[in-house]
Design a protein around this ligand. Structure first.
Ligand code: GRF
Length: 195
């Protein structure tokens, strides 16, 4: 990364596998997403995605709310780390925590998330299972701004996939994940470059 670059600076927050993060890093590397990833943060030390980020030469940081007296203290530390890294945008990619006041007020209108459903349907956990259980014929993913309500901020982009008669939860989850990988980086590009 060129620290004097005036490209948008993003930090990616993860908690696990990090496949969406990985695609973002790949698109940055191949030049299709012209921005700088200044930090990958995980609230879980064991997150697979941390290894992927390190291997890509990205700065990483990890600590968990359990190390702090309160969730607000945890977020305060995280805000400091994000500011230290000069992050301008926060990209949640499988970050399994609700973003609360401290981060929201410091990065107002600059926090994005991807959710594996066509919002406003199936907010919260296990969205793909919610979709299967509801018997919907199409499902998909949504990139949205993060606000104080879970999975409720303004929608930036959506992609639709079919739900097939014989789909298992794994089938549908994989089909949606593929759509996520095609959708998230483009939505990030659209939002960060017009700023
Ligand atoms: C994705 O399905 C994302 O929509 C959801 O968590 C999952 C993260 O997967 N928020 P990965 O860590 O990006 O592979």
């Amino acid at each position: 990364m060129n620290s004097s670059s005036n490209r948008p600076k993003i930090a990616i927050l993860i908690s696990g596998r990090g496949s969406n993060m990985q695609v973002i890093l790949e698109r940055v590397k191949d030049g299709s997403l012209p921005l700088d990833v200044v930090l990958v943060f995980s609230d879980k030390m064991q997150a697979q995605g941390l290894q992927i980020a390190k291997a890509a030469g990205i700065e990483t940081e990890t600590f968990s709310p359990s190390e702090f007296a309160s969730f607000s203290d945890y977020e305060e530390k995280l805000v400091n780390v994000l500011k230290q890294a000069q992050a301008e945008w926060i990209i949640c990619a499988g970050y399994m925590r609700i973003i609360k006041k401290n981060i929201l007020t410091n990065f107002q209108g600059k926090i994005l998330n991807i959710h594996p459903s066509l919002l406003p349907s199936f907010r919260g956990l296990n969205a793909q299972k919610q979709a299967l259980d509801a018997g919907v014929k199409v499902a998909g993913c949504t990139v949205h701004f993060v606000n104080e309500e879970v999975d409720s901020g303004a929608i930036i982009a959506q992609a639709v996939v079919e739900v097939l008669e014989q789909d298992t939860l794994t089938d549908l989850t994989n089909r949606i994940l593929k759509a996520e990988h095609e959708t998230y980086w483009k939505a990030i590009k659209k939002v960060t470059l017009k700023d």
